[in-house]
Write a protein that binds this ligand. Structure first.
Ligand SMILES: NC(=O)c1ccc[n+]([C@@H]2O[C@H](COP(=O)([O-])OP(=O)(O)OC[C@H]3O[C@@H](n4cnc5c(N)ncnc54)[C@H](O)[C@@H]3O)[C@@H](O)[C@H]2O)c1
Length: 274
């Protein structure tokens, strides 16, 4: 237990599972009160119930602007303010070759992954700007930083989340409100498990694959800790930033062949300076 969010009020979307659930617990450990917003009622209610008076569940489909506004209003009605808005809900969305991508699945993916973030920023700003303070955080992805890591619609939406974050940060920074994004690498959650094995509960399959390829598997708590940092006053001078939390996945171009070469100096090509 700590006090890094003492007295703060947060709304977390996609809070019934994975990264959102871990973040709710982490925020409450640090003194926050949190609205747990999700479409999964049983799981969301269980997350909130385990935290007692510090959490309230609300059914919230983030593709509905009214539902996102209502989740924020619940925070204000219950605890009188909104200090942190974590736009985090997501799905993998449309997968497959671009030539075969169904337009309706594309639009649904963008609705869930991008329009939701716009609604969250918009309605958080309506409370935070008059308050003169607040931290908006949105979950992008390593797939929003480089191509080829995620499906087309997902990559597009997560890239756009970074753009929206910069744009909102530029506007709201002068009003005491910060807006940042987090770009996680692969984290074992139901979202990644279901695309890895078809079994949403098989988090270990995701973790084992990550350990083998990158040397370490991430955990939802790694992203929760990043969200805690951006939510807290420790990040008071951080605005418009995308915090990549991926154990170096997006800076690693492949096998580090020079690191495994025979050590020597390579000088001017084609000369004796070798
Ligand atoms: N797990 C990863 O490797 C990874 C990597 C990068 C980014 N992300 C992003 O992290 C976020 C959280 O994903 P996760 O990995 O914790 O997955 P998860 O499946 O554990 O959690 C996602 C949550 O979002 C909720 N959700 C989905 N659609 C919704 C809707 N329309 N309205 C409200 N809630 C909805 C789900 O019910 C679920 O509780 C997502 O935005 C995802 O794209 C995850």
């Amino acid at each position: 237990m700590g006090d890094r969010l003492d007295g703060r009020v947060a709304v977390v979307t996609g809070a019934a599972s994975g990264i959102g659930e871990a973040t709710v617990r982490r925020f409450v450990e640090e003194g926050a009160r949190v609205v747990v917003a999700d479409v999964q009622v049983d799981r969301g209610e269980a997350v909130a119930a385990a935290l007692g008076d510090a959490a309230r569940f609300v059914h919230c489909d983030v593709t509905s602007e009214d539902a996102v506004a209502a989740a924020i209003q619940l925070a204000v009605d219950t605890w009188g303010r909104l200090d942190v808005m974590f736009n985090n809900a997501g799905v993998v969305g449309a997968i497959g070759p671009i030539a075969d991508t169904d337009a309706a699945a594309w639009t649904r993916s963008i609705d869930i992954l991008l329009h939701s973030v716009f609604y969250g920023c918009k309605h958080a700003a309506r409370v935070m700007v008059p308050q003169g303070s607040g931290s908006i955080i949105s979950t992008s992805s390593a797939a929003g930083v480089m191509g080829g890591l995620g499906p087309h619609a997902y990559t597009t939406a997560k890239t756009a989340v970074i753009g929206l974050t910069k744009s909102v940060a530029a506007e709201l920074g002068t009003k005491g409100v910060r807006c940042n994004a987090i770009a996680p690498g692969t984290i074992p959650t139901p979202l990644t498990a279901v695309v890895t094995t078809g079994d949403a509960t098989d988090l270990e399959a995701v973790a084992a694959s990550a350990r083998e390829r990158y040397g370490r598997a991430g955990d939802a708590i790694d992203i929760a800790n990043a969200a805690l940092y951006l939510a807290s006053d420790e990040a008071a001078f951080v605005n418009g930033h995308t915090l990549v939390v991926d154990y170096g996945r997006t800076i690693n171009g492949g096998s580090p062949r020079f690191a495994s070469a025979e050590p020597k100096m390579v000088g001017i090509a084609g000369t004796d300076d070798q």
